[in-house]
Design a protein around this ligand. Structure first.
Ligand code: APR
Length: 188
C-alpha cells in the first residue's frame, strides 16, 4: 500500500490521496459506492458491509422502508452507522453507470460527491474518505472521473469550510496515479 506521502495534496491540503482499503480508514465517514437498492453488492459496497457488519444493513433497510421505498436515486446520498469499522459513519451514494450513455452522467457523478459532502457538513463531520465512485463495476473511466470528481470536490469544499479533509482512497496505485495526472483542481 502506498505511503500517504507518495501523492500530492490539493485544495490547500484539504484533499489527500492514498492507496488502501477504505474500510480501514479512521475518519468521520467513509463514502460507499452503493447501488440504488442499498442492499449491498460487490466491490467497495461489499467490502464496507463485510467490514462494518449487519448494523449498516439494518439502517439501510430502515431508510428503504421509510424515506426511499423505491430506492436511492443516482447522485443521491444517505448516512448510516459504520458498524464495526474504525470510521463513525458510512455515507452511501449511487454513482452513474457509465455505459448508460446519458449525457448527464458527469453531472450525476458530480452530484454524488457534492451530496455526500453536503451531508457530512450538515452532520458536522470533518474528515471524509471517498473511493473512486463509479470507476469499478459501473465502468466510469478513471481519467474522466478524476476531472469530474476533483471539480465537484473543490466546489463543495468552498461551500463547506467545516470539512477539514477529503481523503481519496484508491484500491490500486495505478488508479491513484491516473487520478493525480487527470485531476482538475485549481493550481492556485
Ligand atoms: N477500498 C477502496 N477502494 C475500493 C475498495 C476498497 N476496499 N474496493 C474496491 N474499490 C475501488 C475499485 O477499485 C473502484 O476503483 O472502488 C472503486 C469503485 O468500484 P466499485 O466498488 O465497483 O463501485 P462502482 O463502480 O461505483 O459500482 C457500483 O458495484 O458493488 C456494486 O453495489 C454496488 O451496484 C453497485 C456497483
Amino acid at each position: 500500500m502506498g505511503d500517504p506521502t507518495d501523492y500530492p495534496s490539493f485544495a490547500g491540503g484539504r484533499v489527500t490521496v492514498k492507496v488502501g482499503d477504505i474500510t480501514q480508514e479512521a475518519v468521520d465517514a467513509v463514502v460507499n459506492a452503493a447501488n440504488g437498492t442499498l442492499m449491498g453488492g460487490g466491490g467497495v459496497d461489499g467490502a464496507i458491509h463485510r467490514a462494518g457488519g449487519p448494523a449498516i444493513m439494518e439502517e439501510c433497510r430502515n431508510i428503504r422502508a421509510t424515506r426511499y421505498p423505491d430506492g436511492l436515486p443516482t447522485g443521491g446520498a444517505v448516512i448510516t452507522t459504520a458498524g464495526r469499522m474504525p470510521a463513525r459513519h458510512v455515507i452511501h451514494t449511487v454513482g452513474p453507470v457509465y455505459g448508460s450513455g446519458g449525457p448527464d452522467r458527469a453531472e450525476e457523478l458530480a452530484r454524488c460527491y457534492r451530496n455526500s459532502l453536503e451531508i457530512a457538513a450538515e452532520e458536522g463531520l470533518a474528515k471524509v474518505a471517498f473511493p473512486a465512485i463509479s470507476t469499478g463495476i459501473y465502468g466510469y473511466p478513471m481519467e474522466e472521473a478524476a476531472a469530474v470528481s476533483s471539480l465537484a470536490i473543490q466546489e463543495a469544499l468552498r461551500s463547506f469550510p467545516s470539512i477539514e479533509e477529503v481523503r481519496l482512497v484508491f484500491f490500486l496505485s495505478r488508479d491513484a496515479e491516473v487520478f493525480v495526472r487527470h485531476q482538475a483542481f485549481d493550481a492556485r
